[in-house]
Design a protein around this ligand. Structure first.
Ligand code: HEM
Length: 466
């Protein structure tokens, strides 16, 4: 049964001046307890008030930290004060070894020309041209599953990584060539495993050389990733242009200020950025979606009915994907509950004021997407899975910055259109052929490792439909 839109799902801008003082007063937290929580799972270190207050101001080890949950304040910060913000030190420490100063990790003018150089490959007409590759990779996964004995168990996270990896290398690099996919996936996981420690060390302002568990493994993984992708970039440069994919676009890009082109190292920074940022997040979003659908078969049945109606029972083709409105809503709602990038972090490089409070240089700004998406003042029944929240009416009524799976402001995800199209194409292909049932009776707790991963492998049983 469809519920009417509840007015409390529609956020009004918060008038910060009228908020209870507890929402805004600086709180002091035990640094040791917090460090332990950050190492285990940074989500557990979020202030409890992040789920019901508009803004939480804390001071940890002498550093000002602002958690912003009010959509209007988020917009004011990320858009209005975008120039006063740089990517946080956690990100540089976690990803700098592998991704250098590429599009995700770079700042200032270096970031800007990389963004301009990569933008053309995400134009709408280009995205439509990627759809056949997306459908083909999804069909390959389906065919692999259909060969499994009835009732086999699969690790859905791993399966989705495999599928989205095939898509990213096919569309951005014109094919995987001889990349060792399994080792690449393992290396990314090893690399991200150490991020809890890195977050804690960043908070302590510890120098970069301080050792931590998993550091040697992470370094080795990063070397493997850079060597693999660097070899592809170098081979392409010496072979000359062959297609108009991401590599070609980066090879021919020139900085409008200096006229210089990218070095092989800079091209590697960006290729690796696109490969990692462009497949892991989508795969996690899909894995959580399948888990939710298994626990809510009524929504799976509704998506399935839509797919059958749009395709008329025939093969799923590129023009159908844009018509699958409810399937898209399912993916959006899954990313509300499990946003693949759960916290956006920035460091202030110029002072500004936020809700009348000074934000000095060196403060840490967090937009905790995970808490924003489960915020009691923004969402009715925040813990409940309800794809109807993303029907046109309630979506229009909601503040744009209340739902931010792809971030916001100038650093918003460059691949959001790509990811939505890919997510719907994969969901539709797989949903109509197989029924997936989560093996664990209770939903798994998410654990943040830069991205939002299940605390242990998310196992699902596969059965052929019909
Ligand atoms: C469901 C899938 C995805 C999610 C949830 C996601 C989420 C995000 C978020 C939240 C940011 C902003 C981070 C920040 O502000 O600190 C971001 C940036 C970025 N994403 Fe995505 N992303 C997804 C898919 C993709 C895809 C498919 C690509 C490429 C094909 C991609 C490439 C990037 C890049 C290069 C950036 C950095 C942009 C910049 O700083 O200019 N992402 N993503």
């Amino acid at each position: 049964m469809r519920r009417p839109v509840n007015p409390s799902t529609v956020i009004a801008l918060t008038d910060v001046a009228t908020l209870p003082p507890a929402a805004l007063t600086p709180t002091r937290r035990s640094p040791l307890g917090m460090l332990i929580r950050i190492i285990r799972n940074p989500l557990d270190a979020l202030p409890a008030a992040a789920f019901h207050a508009p803004l939480v101001h804390t001071e940890v080890l002498g550093r000002q930290r602002f958690h912003i949950m009010d959509p209007a304040l988020i917009q004011e910060t990320l858009v209005g004060n975008g120039d006063a913000l740089a990517k946080g030190p956690e990100l540089r420490r976690s990803l700098g070894d592998a991704l250098g100063e590429g599009l995700l990790t770079g700042n200032g003018t270096h970031w800007k020309w990389q963004r301009q150089s990569a933008s053309p490959i995400f134009r709408h007409e280009r995205l439509l041209a990627y759809l056949p590759a997306m459908l083909e990779a999804a069909a390959a996964t389906r065919d692999r599953w259909l060969k499994l004995p009835h009732g086999s168990e699969i690790d859905i996270g791993h399966e989705m990584m495999h599928t989205t990896f095939d898509i990213i290398v096919e569309t951005m690099l014109s094919g995987r060539g001889n990349i060792d996919v399994a080792r690449t996936e393992r290396s990314i996981t090893q690399y991200l495993e150490a991020t809890g420690w890195i977050f804690a060390l960043s908070l302590l302002n510890a120098p970069d050389w301080v050792p931590y568990p998993g550091r040697a493994r992470a370094k080795k993984a990063s070397r493997f990733l850079r060597d693999t992708i660097g070899a592809i970039a170098a081979a392409r440069r010496s072979a000359g242009s062959q297609s108009s994919d991401l590599i070609d676009m980066l090879l021919s890009a020139s900085d409008p200020e200096t006229g210089r082109t990218m070095s092989d190292g800079e091209i590697t920074d960006n290729l690796l950025t696109f490969i990692t940022a462009g497949h892991e997040t989508t795969a996690l979003g899909l894995a959580w979606t399948f888990d939710l659908l298994s626990r809510h078969p009524e929504h799976a049945a509704r998506a399935l009915a839509e797919i059958e109606s749009v395709t008329g029972g025939g093969p799923l083709e590129s023009p159908h994907v844009g018509q699958l409105a409810y399937t898209r809503q399912v993916f959006q709602e899954a990313m509300r509950l499990y946003p693949p990038a759960p916290i956006i972090a920035r460091a202030t490089v110029a002072p500004f004021t936020l809700a009348g409070r000074p934000v000095p240089v060196g403060s840490m700004i967090y937009v905790p997407i995970y808490a924003l998406h489960r915020h009691t003042a923004l969402w009715d029944r925040p813990e409940e899975f309800d794809p109807d929240r993303f029907a046109p009416e309630p979506s229009k009524a909601r503040h744009r910055y209340a739902y931010l799976p792809f971030g916001g402001g100038p650093r918003v995800c460059i691949g959001s259109g790509f990811a939505m199209m890919e997510g719907v194409a994969i969901l539709a292909t797989l949903l109509r052929s197989v029924r997936l049932t989560s093996v664990d009776a209770q939903p798994l707790k998410p654990r943040m490792r830069l991205t939002l991963r299940p605390g242990k492998p998310l196992m699902m049983q596969v059965e052929r439909r019909g």
